[in-house]
Design a protein around this ligand. Structure first.
Ligand code: DQA
Length: 140
């Protein structure tokens, strides 16, 4: 199995950005934990973070027919991007949407995610463990 982990805008600032909401771990910490778990499971894993929506769309197009599953934290694009939804609809594999925070207990504009209608599963509010839970689900 081949898994691609995608992180959207501002997630490069994890650990520094609103740590009371998003925690003290950096994105590198999260990626290292995932790399370790993937290695133990014999899963190939790749990572991509961008603050540029077009770059994210291109990376998803590139994953078509090459990647079995995507774990994505679309960050703010969850709430705004039909283009990201459409790109994921053009991807044939499994998609798990992850949010560090519980978007449903926050501001109302975060309650709706365009991505959720395409996702096979949605995890919110489990902090960085959400990414590992997503990987566990995919490797079951
Ligand atoms: C987030 C939640 C989004 O509402 C927010 O814009 C983010 C991060 C999360 O992981 O909790 O940037 O996706």
């Amino acid at each position: 199995m081949n898994v691609l982990v995608l992180n959207g805008p501002n997630l490069n600032l994890l650990g520094k950005r609103e740590p009371d909401i998003y925690g003290h771990e950096t994105l590198a910490d999260i990626e290292n934990a995932l790399r370790h778990r993937a290695f133990n499971e014999g899963v190939e894993i790749d990572f991509f973070q961008t603050n540029h929506e077009g770059a994210m769309l291109d990376r998803i197009h590139d994953a078509r027919a090459r990647v079995d599953a995507i774990i994505i934290n679309p960050a703010a694009w969850s709430h705004t991007s039909v283009a990201l939804l459409d790109a994921l609809k053009a991807f044939e594999g499994k998609v798990v949407e992850v949010h560090l925070s519980n978007i449903h207990t926050r501001e109302s504009f975060r309650h709706h995610s365009y991505i959720s209608s395409r996702a096979d599963g949605v995890i919110a509010g489990l902090g960085s463990f959400g990414y590992l839970a997503a990987l566990d689900f995919l490797t079951r």
